[in-house]
Ligand binder design. Structure first.
Ligand SMILES: Nc1ncnc2c1ncn2[C@@H]1O[C@H](COP(=O)(O)OP(=O)(O)O)[C@@H](O)[C@H]1O
Ligand SMILES: [Mg+2]
Length: 244
């Protein structure tokens, strides 16, 4: 389980996460919605131990991300795909996927390469396995990013607006893969502006505003008039989204 309790984060005197409580159990797909600047990316960065907490605690399968000795264990269990492609430009797709298994998990190179090629095939990229990131389209790069996150066999996959830099066709390619992962039972925390997609794949929807977690409901309740939609802030957000 990812357990977030009373988390506070302050940047330059401004509270950007304010007493956040959130639990993600294995098998759940949790979507995080909220306007730009509401703290979604910061929350994912805190789960990774990339930001120091100013209050509260976060643990991943019981490993406290604030304790240096436990952070490595926590990080082995969760993998993040970021908004902007962050592949290593000097490595091919297959080399990008092999890096963490070989360097961190000490998987033998031959096995890591076979696993990497199989994962790339599973995201429709067997033919592009030996291409460098610059030779790939945005959608292909983001699919490599997802495959690279899966290469460490994480218990939790964290996704930060992975389609926001993509055109509609490439977005569809990537969402298809995420839908399949959700079907297969991959636990995901999914920050997105794709509200309709969130609605179809999530078991729960969380709404952040100005660093506060305003709503946390099972998906059908979130989108019900007497559930999440009864919150005027949620209603306004969804109506702004549907206007594009
Ligand atoms: N490294 C940083 N230094 C200062 N302020 C930051 C930093 N990262 C994020 N912020 C601020 O924290 C708030 C939340 O940002 P962010 O988590 O990126 O929101 P979201 O992902 O929901 O758009 C914003 O006001 C942003 O400007
Ligand atoms: Mg963000």
């Amino acid at each position: 389980m990812i357990k977030i309790e009373g988390v506070r984060k302050v940047f330059n005197g401004v509270t950007v996460l304010d007493h956040i409580d959130l639990k993600v159990e294995k098998g759940e797909v949790v979507s995080i919605l909220g306007s730009s600047g509401s703290g979604k990316s910061t929350l994912l960065r805190c789960i990774n131990g990339l930001e120091k907490l100013d209050g509260g605690s976060i643990s991943v399968d019981g490993f406290d991300v604030a304790r240096p000795k436990e952070l490595a264990e926590a990080r082995k269990r969760s993998a993040t795909v970021f908004q902007l492609f962050n592949l290593y430009p000097h490595m091919t797709a297959v080399q990008n996927l092999m890096l963490a298994p070989v360097e961190v998990l000490k998987v033998p190179k031959a096995k890591a390469e076979a696993d990497a090629r199989a994962l790339l095939a599973s995201v429709g990229l067997s033919e592009r396995a030996d291409a460098y990131p610059a030779q790939l389209s945005g959608g292909q790069r983001q699919r490599v990013g997802i495959a690279r996150a899966l290469a460490v066999n994480p218990s939790y996959l964290l996704l930060d607006e992975v389609t926001s830099a993509l055109d509609p066709e490439m977005t569809a390619e990537v969402l298809r893969i995420l839908a399949r992962l959700a079907d297969e039972g991959t636990t995901m925390v999914f920050v997105t502006h794709e509200v309709e997609f969130a609605r179809t794949i999530s078991s729960r929807v969380v709404f952040l505003e100005k660093g506060r977690l305003l709503v946390d409901l099972p998906t059908t309740e979130f989108f019900a008039d007497d559930g999440g939609l009864a919150n005027p802030r949620v209603r306004q957000f969804l109506s702004n989204m549907s206007k594009g």
